[in-house]
Design a protein around this ligand. Sequence first.
Ligand code: KG4
Ligand code: ZN
Length: 352
Amino acid sequence: MIVLGIETSCDETAAAVVDGNGKILSQAILSQIAEHTPYGGIVPEIAARAHLAHLDRLITKAMDDAKVSYGDLDGIAATAGPGLIGGVLVGVMTAKAISAVHKIPFLAVNHLEGHALTARFTDNVAFPYLLLLVSGGHCQLLAVENVDRYRRLGTTIDDAAGEAFDKVAKMLGLGYPGGPAIERAARTGNAKRFAFPRPLKGKPGCDFSFSGLKTAVRQAAEAMPPGPLAEQDVADLAASFQTALVDAIAERVTRAVNIFRSDYPEGKTLVVAGGVAANTALRDVLVKTATTAGLAFAAPPPALCTDNAVMIAWAGIERLKLGLIDDLTFKARPRWPLDPTAPKAVGAGIKA
Ligand code: KG4
Ligand code: ZN
């Protein structure tokens, strides 16, 4: 089984060819960071235009590198949401065109399912497993019961974890994307210098909140002497912020682990996925959380945590194996929850 995957939902344009045994035959990825950096964040119109300008070439490169022709493909998978709709449309229209011309099954992949199933590709993790999905747009805890079957245990009531990293980095003048920049700055910082809040710690449920933490960092930065922040101050703020955020996440994960172990006694693994899963401090804490709970821990390599097309091709393969093929009338979805039945986050009485 060979599937071409396409990812265009955010600021990475990517194409990859993957086989049913979990082998990457090729991948081509182009980051748009340079185009968005002057604006301090992603500009949707610029993203959509860049996807349009580069996707065809990246697909050709992926197909050439994999040494396959369209006739060899068993499916073509594209991120069909959630994400910036202009970019998603570029990927979906391209995949549909290839599907129609070459008569290849079309697979509309939920970007979050791409992240969610990556650990099965890299570590062969069996269902059910507990997933912490932490990216620029999402922060969720999910019981992954099967392909297409998710139960959400918690979500953020304000910012996503990656969004918090990005906003704090911007505040500290560290540029975009913020996660890697904060992680780098934190290495030389004193994490104990600022006692930032751990939002929702001790509150019932598994929801997340990061806006109070972000505000606390802003206030600490504003309390510094006037003028640009000294390098050591930035490092200390970054380290204290990262520690607080990781600590807050770990506490929510521990709560979800308890629910998971009682509702899914056959489940054996805690998985982390999404761009923020590239963060070493977070991974280290999650290893401890999993070990304490008697669960195995799986985290894809950082390059497969941040957005990529391998995960989309793999999710396509998982869906194709179950016959979950989509019609060419499938409409791209700017919003597309993995668990449509999940109640709105209430964050222990704090208004969403
Ligand atoms: O999954 P992803 O590539 O795109 C989305 O679907 O959102 O995640 C991007 C997010 C950004 O917010 C970025 O700052 C964050 O992941 N990120 C990190 C790290 N690498 C990327 N956050 C913390 N530490 C990192 N090393
Ligand atoms: Zn993503």
